[in-house]
Design a protein around this ligand. Structure first.
Ligand SMILES: Nc1ncnc2c1ncn2[C@@H]1O[C@H](COP(=O)(O)OP(=O)(O)OP(=O)(O)O)[C@@H](O)[C@H]1O
Length: 215
């Protein structure tokens, strides 16, 4: 499947944030979005998902425009930066989301004893890991992830990157994070947001030229 976001115009209090953005996410590809703080990456993902309104936008699925908000479609999932899961036990959460607890604890054995823990009994990073896992292991056709690697132990980030490469066989994956080395490593396509516009990038040299990383 191909998911496209085009013609985005967003302003807050008269200040233009986004006005020349085109983003494409497609099955079997991991698409990254980079950009400096405040450039509009989170806003862009929310606009794509449909939970932030803007002055203008065009969403296409398989080349056909749709006015339906993507969050109304069961096959699109979004991992926001903030907590979104209810404070219930991990056992209940994994059951509701129909995600294998065995597969999760095989990858993350330290959670084995936590099956009856409520979400708020986990550390911030552990909670984030559960949110990421439930999102990436869902049967969605498009998953959007806002800063999935921030707050994770490096070894957990490594496992999540491996899983994203497995999951992309059946999914379009769109993600943003300031851990740009991890993003560069796993993405097939990469966009950079600057001055309200998106442009395709692929090398650290370009990121230096754009002033995102130091020379
Ligand atoms: N609800 C809002 N009201 C007013 N301004 C907002 C609102 N939400 C975001 N902004 C502004 O829009 C701009 C883009 O914010 P956004 O969170 O999309 O940036 P970002 O690229 O995700 O930043 P970061 O990398 O720091 O997370 C910022 O200047 C921010 O202050």
């Amino acid at each position: 499947m191909i998911f496209e976001l085009d013609n985005v115009e967003l302003s807050f209090n008269g200040k233009q944030i986004l006005y020349g953005v085109y983003i494409k996410a497609e099955t079997e590809r991991i698409t990254g979005i980079l950009g400096s703080n405040g450039s509009g990456k989170t806003s862009l993902l929310k606009i794509f998902f449909g939970n932030l309104s803007c002055n203008n936008k065009l969403v296409r699925i398989n080349n056909k425009g749709t006015l339906k908000k993507l969050y109304t479609k069961e096959n699109v999932r979004f991992l926001p930066q903030t907590d979104f899961l209810p404070n219930i036990s991990l056992k209940t959460l994994f059951t509701i989301y129909r995600i294998s607890w065995e597969e999760f604890t095989e990858k993350f054995p330290s959670f084995r004893d936590h099956i009856n823990f409520k979400l708020n009994q986990l550390s911030g990073g552990e909670k984030r890991l559960v949110s990421i896992w439930l999102t990436i292991k869902s049967d969605a056709k498009l998953i959007m992830l806002d800063e999935p690697f921030t707050h994770l132990t490096p070894v957990y980030t490594g496992i999540i990157k491996e899983e994203l490469i497995i999951e992309k066989k059946n999914k379009a994956i769109l993600l943003t994070d300031h851990l740009y080395r991890d993003i560069l490593e796993i993405t097939d396509d990469l966009y950079f947001i600057k001055d309200g516009c998106s442009r395709a990038v692929s090398t650290t040299g370009e990121l230096q030229t754009l002033g995102y990383i130091s020379t």
